[in-house]
Design a protein around this ligand. Structure first.
Ligand code: ATP
Length: 464
């Protein structure tokens, strides 16, 4: 009875289903058989589940295809953007707070060239660096890469040493093009140095300013890392102030150096997007070119302000470090201002921070003309020295304020130094006018005397 009922049910299903048509086709006999067996094995509910599963699988497959397709497209577009960075004729910039565009081919401008490297640089800073990554980052920054052999030849087999820093030795080199450069070779055992190498390449690839030492190449070859900079023939400010060199920096040159450094820092703080904090400003990191124009060097410890949220271990150079940074571990642009204040006092006094400069400054700050006692004695005799040195010392004092937010911004410092320079120039002009007047009077008197003596010789009566 039960089986009869089920047979009736099955017949009804066959009559209502498309299978009933199949069984009437002559060629569909075997298909009918298969479907009939299948129908017996699988319930209607199972068919629904199978249908949904197949549908889902196809859906996931299509979604994955779309997802990976978009990722691949984005990656390709990003890499194309990176490689185009240096060929672009105009780049977005922000100079002193104003948005604008500038020709990237102009070599010396008060401008910032911002490119798509920031994210790449950050990505590389987060993950540890594989050799391939280093090469990719450096080449993406558009800086030419040299082989070990090129550098070996340019430095006459590493014999032209200029000096030695924490990073390693620095050599003078003449490249195949005839360009004279300085090559910093990273000591192979230095992990700190490797991180600094990475920072320098990623930052200097995008920062270009006439008051920053330009990175002109790099080398990652034979397990060695080298940075190639424009050559600064007059060495560092520290060596000129404290070294054995016969060359004495005049007051004029010192004022210009102060202004150059302030422009370099102004570019980092107010021009670069995001702003860059140098973190190791000191007289040894200020280099001078053949015209005695100053440029800021050594960006190994620098950080983009946006990245600088976390507290890291104390870094910098004793004597230049902001006391607020030492107590809070928080480095801001105002910590750079503090270090710059120390450099300004070095220019005025030629006293190194390691020789108790701070104690002298504190003593001098007790009276308005206190700075006169700590002036670099070698400058005595220079015109307007005392007045201008006092003005520069006032600016330097403000930079050293113990409360960081009460220190001036670098823009304000630049303006104040410019004013001293402008006043000096206008005084020089007035003085030279006065000198010219005197010279003219002297000449006229001389000429009249000659005329008189001629007339006297001819016995011509002289009328007054
Ligand atoms: N671009 C350059 N042109 C000419 N000389 C350079 C250049 N870069 C560095 N030097 C010289 O090489 C020497 C070492 O410089 P480096 O920057 O490695 O160390 P430092 O700044 O003296 O010390 P530290 O590494 O502790 O900051 C210095 O005498 C410096 O004047």
């Amino acid at each position: 009875m039960k089986s009869q009922k089920s047979t009736t049910k099955q017949t009804r299903f066959v009559q209502n289903s498309p299978i009933k048509w199949v069984k009437h086709w002559p060629s569909g006999c075997s298909l009918y058989l298969i479907l009939n067996i299948y129908r017996r094995m699988v319930h209607k509910g199972d068919l629904v589940v199978i249908g949904i599963s197949v549908g889902l699988t196809i859906g996931i497959f299509i979604a994955s295809l779309v997802f990976f397709g978009i990722r691949w497209y984005k990656k390709r577009a990003y890499l194309r953007r990176c490689s185009n960075v240096h060929s672009a004729s105009t780049l977005p910039i922000r100079s002193n707070g104003r948005s604008s565009t500038i020709d990237s081919s102009a070599d010396t401008t008060d401008s910032v060239s911002v490119n798509g490297l920031d994210n790449l640089a950050k990505k590389f800073q987060i993950s540890w660096w594989s050799n391939r990554d280093k090469v990719r980052l450096a080449s993406a920054s558009g800086i030419p890469r040299y082989s070990h052999k090129d550098i070996q030849k340019a430095t006459q087999n590493f014999t032209t040493i200029l000096g030695h820093g924490a990073f390693g030795p620095v050599y003078k080199a003449t490249m195949a093009t005839g360009e004279v450069v300085a090559v910093k070779v990273l000591a192979s055992d230095s992990q700190q140095g490797e991180r600094e190498f990475q920072t320098e390449v990623s930052l200097l690839g995008r920062l270009h300013h006439r008051n920053l030492v330009n990175l002109v190449g790099y080398c990652v070859d034979k397990g060695q890392h080298m940075l190639i900079y424009e050559f600064m023939s007059n060495g560092s400010l520290a060596s000129l102030l404290y070294g054995q060199e016969d060359r004495l920096l005049s007051w004029d040159e010192r004022l210009q150096i102060a202004l150059d450094i302030s422009h370099g820092i102004e570019y980092l703080h107010d021009g670069a997007v995001p702003p860059v904090i140098h973190r190791d400003l000191k007289s040894a990191n200020i280099l001078l070119d053949r015209s005695m124009r100053a440029k800021v060097a050594d960006f190994g410890l620098s950080k983009e302000q946006a990245l600088d949220g976390s507290k890291s271990s104390l870094k910098g150079t004793h004597g230049y470090m902001d006391p607020a940074y030492i107590s809070t571990y928080q480095f801001t642009t105002k910590s750079d201002i503090f270090s710059f204040g120390v450099i300004l006092f070095e220019l005025v006094t030629a006293i190194h921070p390691n020789q108790n400069l701070m104690a002298y400054i504190n003593l001098a700050s007790m009276s308005p003309d206190g700075v006169d006692d700590i002036l670099d004695k070698r400058l005595v005799g220079e015109s307007n020295l005392v007045v201008e040195a006092r003005s520069l010392a006032v600016i330097a004092h403000k930079c050293l304020h113990k409360t960081p937010r009460k220190r001036p911004s670098i823009g304000e410092v630049s303006q104040a130094i410019s004013k001293i320079k402008q006043k000096r120039l206008s005084k020089e002009v007035t003085m030279s006018f006065a000198e010219e007047d005197i010279l003219q009077v002297v000449n006229r008197i001389g000429f009249q005397q000659v005329e008189l003596s001629k007339m006297a010789a001819k016995n011509v009566p002289i009328t007054v």
